[in-house]
Design a binder for this molecule. Structure first.
Ligand code: ZN
Length: 1018
């Protein structure tokens, strides 16, 4: 059986590296067909009680009456004797803030004594959730129970058999109000109408009050478990019967737990008939054909929206057409004409597009004509009623939190890697920066950026600003000292390895490994090559070159270049805001190290590295190196940046046959945030190389992502197929069919990166569509991602019915990727309100946010006074004089007009929604420009299921405030001729009511919500 398992493993790894792209993204992240993001922790008990998930919620063995022993089925298992108080504790944070839970595990029960518990989780004897496999003192048989105050849900079943392996799984599904117990992959017993929130069982405020025991009751009972245990898992999602069956069978048969994969949609969303026209499509009569041009080799950009013909005098919106999405460019290899047939969700309409393929023309290669302002040139102001805006509220939560941080905590793992003593008071970070986490150091990179931005953004408070200056200097000085030790003799005349490509394995080892344990970590920095800096030794970088995959063992890695990107970007951010030369010096040293290693690798190795799920995730290393090249004028860094080209994604294959450069969607089903920063890198490289392909890659990617993968809040990840909350759906324009993953959607750092990409593209192409998206994502995801009173923030943001935001990292001491990114998001909220033309002859007002711009280059300032979005107008005042073009965004949703007054006098303008309006004028001091853009209500349906739609008011997404969990979409009936007739409320508070249910901006929503509604038009 073991040999079989090994063979399956080898075959799958080959698939992951080889030619079958469908498999390229599978790996440890899909365990038994369940996306990694659904897993809270996993204890295999093969010799220790470590958590093998990425969350590092390691168990602790309490007592001494246990041993790990060989087992014919599972290799090695944990045996508890039941003789004395011996059990396992799991950190209380494991269950904190979760909506639902599933616990699974194998048990080999060796005693029929009642009162033994498999596990017992709760905050007290009166609030607990347990499984007693051989009965409680009161009741015989397998007992599964939830006790929460006066509530008691208990189910009984035949006792778990003695002296053989049984698989137990218990699912608490809060929205469905069920508690289900599975024995050996089959539903044994279920209780319905479980009216409960997990906050009644667990302490969500103080994690340490949660007692999570395996083998010991929390009511003080003195009966301990006499059993062998294997593969105990905690999931944050209610697993389905099929998923539990799969865990059981792969465990039993020794199959590969990574074997469940795409093509298997967990169908847990309400289903609607495919032939029922929904929403405005119910009034649709026809959709005319369209004509599109493209050049040889390039897939055409087909119109996603076509003007439709409606019946009964209904004025419907443009019709969403879903076109086929080829995975290569074989249709357009020669000039000529061909026809594509699309579909319209819920109808039998088949709109056609006639595509004319012309001979190869010129590449579209726009110049970068705009620049962003420095952070210290724009200040956020209170609104016209002197109230703090959401921007200021969120900024201040982070500034206050950052100010209180101890830089030594963020340096802890760097000092640890270099074998240095920790200064007094230094405490290691938790989360993904803990001792044995292979991503440690990532939060430090974000932190460097955050304190740089906080420094640049706090010009309003000199004391505060000085404190951030102090933190920057201390961080850089320490990192500088460490980096100078790499590849240098420890003592005069000692041996050392300065050449990055000659780094040897650690002393006494024949190969490289990723062991970061206190006992196992190597600290021989003299052998690491000159310039090396990271919070771990160089091994993970080298292992990636040699084929290592993502995972928790010492032969596996996490994402070394991802972490490094954060560190290098942070150092350059500090250099740019403060001129700290040492910061630049460190970045250069590491840039040289990276170039030395990567430039000697064959192209095939690079292609394999960058397509390896997570292990090859490199964040925006290409962007960081291109930037380093621009700052330093050193060409080798730009060459290094291009070594990160994701060839499959960008060009289809090594021959550059198609890929994104030719508008072929190569990222369907892939991890979203692994790839978005690579595209940011493409546009950054374009800036310096002017190779038009890089621009096309970024432009095409943005177009496809925002049209075919986007949720209404602006997020782009979260698939049921492949089953992973962080992946794009398996096919484009199938958000309902393949999206809305149970494990969550809308990874917050993916939206951060989408905004960054959008801003970069706008500097080349002043399309209002870009900044319309920016406004959407900024207001409805980024502003909405922070807790009400603290800087705790979201990872995934689920938009399934009745979901709740989950916020983490309030104390800034345990970071996921999104927690790290949030430090950056909320310290630069002002960075895209205004842009200027590179020649300073034009100003772009992109966002309507109370703020002051100091346009140093023109020696003038512009103030923007408004309560937007709590009012529909804004007032710009020009303090200074001179001629320039004022370009203001006319949002796509401004369909009720866009009105301009200059110095109080109404101007006649021809403003088109979704464009920029240019006002050219010789400005004088005190000139005012008032812009008014009446808001209206409108729906944004899911492309392939039109009745499931979000309700917007102007730029603001309105969420139904839900009283409790739900499994069905909230049904809403709206007036077909004018939906606003069905809505009452107060626009100045952005609070509305439909059928007695309150709707508030999603960014002001902290309880359960429905962002998507099931809408009927009448
Ligand atoms: Zn993230």
């Amino acid at each position: 059986m073991k040999i079989n398992r090994l063979i399956v493993g080898i075959v799958l790894s080959l698939c992951a590296l080889g030619s079958a792209p469908a498999f390229a993204q599978d790996g440890d992240q899909i365990l038994d067909g369940i996306g990694e993001t659904g897993l809270i922790s996993r204890y295999q008990f093969k010799g220790d009680v470590r958590d093998w998930s990425r969350n590092n919620l390691h168990g602790i063995m309490q007592g001494t009456d246990f041993r790990f022993m060989p087992d014919s089925l599972f290799g090695n298992v944990l045996a508890l004797s039941g003789e004395s108080e011996t059990y396992i504790t799991i950190p209380g944070e494991a269950v904190s803030g979760e909506e639902s839970l599933t616990i699974t595990g194998w048990i080999y029960l060796r005693s029929a004594k009642s009162g033994q518990v498999f596990f017992d989780f709760g905050k007290s004897a009166g609030s607990r959730f347990f499984v007693a496999p051989a009965g409680t003192k009161e009741k015989p048989g397998l007992q599964t129970a939830i006790v929460a105050g006066s509530k008691d849900y208990t189910t009984s079943y035949d006792a778990v058999p003695l002296n053989k392996w049984s698989h137990l799984a218990v699912v608490i599904d809060i929205p469905a109000k069920t508690m289900s117990t599975y024995l050996n992959g089959v539903l044994a017993v279920e209780v319905k109408d479980v009216a409960l929130e997990l906050s009644q069982l667990f302490d969500f405020d103080t994690d340490k009050n949660n007692q999570l025991y395996i083998g010991k009751p929390i009511d003080g009972g003195k009966t301990f478990l006499n059993a062998k245990l294997s593969d105990f898992r905690i999931y944050r999602i209610p697993l389905t019967a099929r998923q539990i069956g799969r865990i059981y069978y792969t465990g039993l048969r020794g199959g590969n737990p990574q074997a469940g994969r795409r093509g298997q949609v967990e169908q847990s969303l309400p289903v609607f008939a495919a032939t029922t026209p929904q929403l405005y499509n119910a009034f649709l009569v026809s959709v005319p054909d369209t004509r599109v041009e493209t050049e040889v080799g390039h897939l055409p950009r087909l119109p996603r929206y076509v003007k439709g013909v409606y019946s009964n005098g209904v004025t419907g919106p443009d019709v969403r057409v879903i076109w086929p999405a080829p995975a290569d460019n074989s249709q357009v290899l020669a000039p000529g004409t061909y026809t594509v047939t699309g579909k319209v969700a819920g109808t039998s309409l088949q709109p056609r597009a006639v595509v004319n393929v012309t001979a190869d023309g010129h590449d579209h290669a726009p110049q970068r004509t705009l620049e962003a302002f420095d952070l210290d040139q724009v200040t956020l102001d209170a609104d016209i009623h002197n109230h703090k805006t959401k921007f200021i509220e969120n900024r201040d939560k982070f500034i206050t939190g950052l100010e209180a941080t101890n830089p030594d905590n963020f340096l802890y793992m760097f000092r640890n890697a270099f074998g240095q003593k920790q200064p007094e008071g230094a405490k290691p970070l938790g989360g993904w920066d803990s001792q044995q986490t292979k991503l440690r150091g990532h939060a430090t990179g974000h932190y460097l950026t955050a304190i740089a931005q906080a420094y640049a953004s706090t010009g309003y408070d000199a004391v505060l600003q000085a404190r951030f200056a102090g933190k920057m200097e201390y961080m850089v000085n320490t990192l500088y000292e460490l980096s100078k030790m790499s590849g240098q003799p420890r003592t005069a005349g000692g041996e050392y390895v300065a050449d990055p490509i000659a780094v040897p394995p650690a002393a006494g080892k024949t190969g490289f490994d990723s062991d970061l344990s206190v006992e196992g970590i190597r600290t021989d920095f003299q052998n690491w090559g000159k310039g090396f800096i990271s919070a771990y030794p160089p091994d993970q970088f080298i292992m990636l070159e040699k084929g290592a995959t993502y995972g928790g063992s010492n032969a596996q890695i996490w994402a070394p270049y991802y972490t490094l990107h954060k560190i290098m970007a942070g150092l350059m951010d500090i250099y740019e805001v403060s001129g700290n030369e040492k910061a630049l010096e460190i970045a250069k040293g590491m840039g040289t190290w990276v170039h030395a290693r990567l430039s000697q690798l064959p192209k095939e190795t690079l292609i394999s590295m960058w397509n390896r799920y997570i292990a090859g995730e490199f964040g925006g290393m290409n962007e960081a190196l291109a930037r380093l090249s621009r700052i330093t004028g050193e060409a080798s860094y730009l060459k290094a940046a291009q070594l990160f080209d994701n060839i499959r994604l960008f060009y289809g294959d090594a021959d550059h046959s198609h890929g994104l450069a030719k508008n072929v969607d190569m990222f369907r089903g892939l991890h979203s945030n692994q790839h978005i920063p690579q595209i940011i890198g493409a546009i950054e490289i374009y800036r310096d190389t002017e190779s038009p392909e890089y621009y096309s890659i970024a432009d095409n990617f943005w177009d496809i992502v925002t049209h075919d993968y986007m949720y209404s809040i602006g997020g782009v990840a979260g698939a049921r197929n492949p089953n992973n909350a962080e992946c794009f759906t398996a096919q484009p324009a199938t958000l309902y069919e393949n999206g809305f993953a149970a494990g969550g959607q809308n990874e917050t750092c993916a939206t951060y990166n989408m905004l960054k990409l959008t801003g970069s593209l706008f500097l080349f192409n002043q399309s209002a569509e870009l900044m319309d998206y920016y406004e959407r994502g900024l207001y409805n995801h980024i502003l909405a991602s922070v807790a009400e009173h603290t800087p705790a923030n979201t990872y995934h943001v689920s938009l399934r019915p009745g979901s709740m935001k989950q916020f983490g990292n309030e104390e800034m001491d345990g970071f996921s990727c999104c927690n790290g990114t949030a430090l950056e998001s909320s310290t630069k909220l002002q960075n895209s309100i205004y842009f200027r033309s590179a020649d300073n002859q034009a100003l772009y007002v992109n966002l309507y946010v109370p703020s002051t711009l100091t346009w140093t280059e023109r020696n003038l300032s512009v103030t923007q006074a408004t309560a937007y979005p709590k009012e529909d107008k804004t007032l710009l005042t020009i303090n200074g004089k001179g001629k320039f073009d004022l370009n203001v965004r006319v949002p796509h949703w401004a369909t009720k007009g866009f009105f301009v007054k200059i110095n109080g006098k109404e101007m006649k303008v021809a403003a088109v929604p979704g464009s920029y309006l240019t006002i050219s004028r010789k400005w004088k001091k005190g000139d005012t420009v008032e812009l008014r853009m009446p808001f209206s209500f409108y729906l944004e349906p899911v492309m392939d299921q039109q009745n499931i739609a979000s309700l917007f008011y102007g730029p603001v997404l309105l969420a139904a405030q839900e009283p409790g969990a739900r499994t069905e979409w909230r049904k809403v009936t709206l007036d077909a001729s004018d939906i606003s007739k069905s809505i009452t409320g107060d626009p100045s508070k952005l609070e509305f009511t439909i059928d007695g249910v309150v709707y508030k901006p999603f960014f002001d929503t902290y309880g359960r919500h429905s962002v998507y509604l099931d809408v009927v038009l009448k």
